[in-house]
Design a protein around this ligand. Structure first.
Ligand SMILES: [Zn+2]
Length: 409
C-alpha cells in the first residue's frame, strides 16, 4: 500500500523545531527547492551528518519497528528527502509492534549478570522464571528443579557484552531466550557446574501497529532504475548510530547530490523499516513493485548496512564489474583505504526481496575501526559519538561516484 504523505496531526512535534531554528528565513526557502547546498562540500556534509545524528539518534533514541519513535524518525527522513525531491512517499504496512516493558538481570546465586531478551521474543510469567542454571551441549539454560523441563535458554555474544538473545535450539515448547556477554562465560560455567539457582524475568507486550518505509524517487530519462536501500529501524535496546542511522544519512546525502543531476536512470531511495526483524519493510516494498509490474525496471540494487564500522568498505557482490568499479573509484578518487570484497551474494537481508528483478546487486558493510565500533553493535552505547565521521565521508564519495558511473551504462 502506498500513502501520499501522512496526516499531519499524527506526527506533529519533533522534527519542525530544530529545522526552523537552523535554517530560518530565505535559507529555508532555498533549501526547499534543492538540498544540494546541504552536501556540496566536505564541511557541509560533516555538518549535515552531525545534525542528523543528533535529531535521529540522540534526540529520539532507539527506533524499533512499529514504535512511535520509529515514526518520528521516518518523518524526519521524509522531510530530509523532500528538501531535494518532489516524489517522496511513505510506504505503509501492518506490523505487530513488540515491546519489552520490564526486564531483570539474570540473577545466579545472588550475582547479577546482564541479559537481553530476544527481539520479538517471549516474556516470562509475571513472577519470573526460577530454576537450576545448567550447561548442556548446546549452551546455557534454566531448567525446572523437579521436572527438568527447560524454562529459558541463553545465547552468548561472541563479540562482547550481551545483545538480544537468539534462539539456537529446537524445543518442543518455545521458551524465552536471552543474550549474555562473553565476558561472563567463566562465571556462567562455574554457576552451571555448581547447579546454582537462577532467576530472570521479562515482561513483553505486542500491539497492532504500522511499518513505514520512506521512498524517494528521482525520475531519469529512462525507466531503467538504480535502487538504493538502507534500513532506518534499530533494535529495541539501541539508538543504532552505526547500525544503521549513519548509512541512512549517507543515503540522504546521495539523494541531495543526485537530485540536481540529469540522470539517465530513475533513482529510487528506500529508507526501509523492520530490517531488524525479517526485512518486512523491504519485502513490502518489493511486493508493491511486483504488483505494479515495475520490479524488472531495476538494474542495480545497492544495500547499505553499517557503513561506518571502519574506513574499509566491505562489498558483497556476485558481479565482478561491480567490484572492479568500486576498486577503480577508490583509485581515481585517491581514497587510501582497502575495500574488502567477498563472494557473498549482494542479495542479502534488505536487498534479498529484490532478487527477482535480475538486477546487479551490491551489499555494503565496513571494517577497520573494529575495536571502537563492533563492540557497540546492537548495544545501548551505539550512540552518535561512536560514529567515525571519516567513514561517512568515504562512503558518500565512493557511492556518489559509483551511482554517477553506473548511470552512464
Ligand atoms: Zn543493520
Amino acid at each position: 500500500m502506498k500513502e501520499q504523505g501522512i496526516s499531519r496531526g499524527k506526527f506533529i512535534g519533533l522534527a519542525g523545531g530544530i529545522t526552523l531554528l537552523t535554517f530560518s528565513g530565505p535559507w529555508a526557502k532555498a533549501l526547499e527547492v534543492s538540498g544540494i547546498d546541504l552536501v556540496s562540500t566536505p564541511q557541509l556534509r560533516l555538518y549535515y551528518t552531525i545534525r542528523l545524528l543528533k535529531k535521529l539518534v540522540t534526540d529520539i533514541g532507539p527506533r524499533p519497528s512499529g514504535s512511535r519513535a520509529y515514526a518520528k524518525g521516518a518523518k524526519i527522513i521524509l522531510q530530509e528527502m523532500k528538501r531535494s525531491l518532489s516524489d517522496v512517499n511513505y510506504d505503509i504496512y501492518d506490523f505487530d509492534y513488540w515491546e519489552l516493558l520490564n526486564s531483570s538481570d539474570l540473577i545466579i546465586g545472588g550475582q547479577h549478570i546482564e541479559a537481553v531478551c530476544q527481539k520479538k521474543g517471549l516474556g516470562t510469567p509475571n513472577e519470573g522464571i526460577r530454576g537450576v542454571f545448567i550447561q548442556n551441549s548446546k549452551g546455557f539454560a534454566i531448567i525446572d528443579e523437579l521436572s527438568s523441563e527447560t524454562l529459558a535458554i541463553f545465547s552468548i555474544n561472541q563479540y562482547g557484552k550481551a545483545i538480544a538473545g537468539s534462539p539456537y535450539m529446537e524445543l518442543s515448547k518455545p521458551v524465552p531466550v536471552f543474550g549474555l556477554g562473553k565476558q561472563d562465560i567463566p562465571l556462567l560455567e562455574r554457576s552451571a557446574q555448581n547447579k546454582l539457582m537462577a532467576f530472570i524475568s521479562a515482561d513483553v507486550r505486542t500491539s497492532k501497529s504500522k511499518g513505514i518505509n520512506v521512498i524517494g524517487r528521482i525520475p531519469g530519462k529512462s525507466k531503467n532504475e538504480i535502487l538504493i536501500i538502507s534500513h532506518a529501524d534499530t533494535i529495541f535496546n539501541t539508538p543504532g548510530a552505526n547500525d544503521n542511522t549513519s548509512s541512512v544519512i549517507v543515503m540522504l546525502m546521495l539523494v541531495h547530490a543526485a537530485a540536481v543531476r540529469q540522470n539517465n536512470h530513475t533513482l529510487t531511495f528506500v529508507a526501509s523499516d523492520s530490517e531488524e526483524y525479517n526485512y518486512e519493510g523491504a519485502y513490502n516494498y518489493a511486493e508493491d513493485r511486483i504488483a505494479d509490474n515495475t520490479l524488472k525496471n531495476i538494474r542495480y540494487v545497492l544495500n547499505f548496512d553499517s557503513l561506518t564500522y571502519g574506513p574499509n568498505l566491505w562489498i558483497s557482490s556476485k558481479d565482478q564489474g561491480v567490484k572492479d568499479l568500486i576498486r577503480e573509484i577508490h583509485k581515481d578518487l585517491n581514497i587510501d583505504t582497502k575495500p574488502i570484497f567477498d563472494e557473498g551474494d549482494g542479495y542479502v537481508m534488505d536487498s534479498l526481496p529484490f532478487r527477482a528483478s535480475g538486477a546487479k546487486a551490491l551489499h555494503a558493510n565496513s571494517r577497520g575501526y573494529d575495536e571502537k565500533t563492533l563492540p557497540v553493535y546492537h548495544r545501548p552505547d551505539d550512540t552518535a559519538d561512536k560514529v567515525p565521521l571519516d567513514c561517512v565521508e568515504i562512503s558518500f564519495l565512493v557511492f556518489d561516484e559509483f551511482i554517477r558511473r553506473i548511470d552512464k551504462e
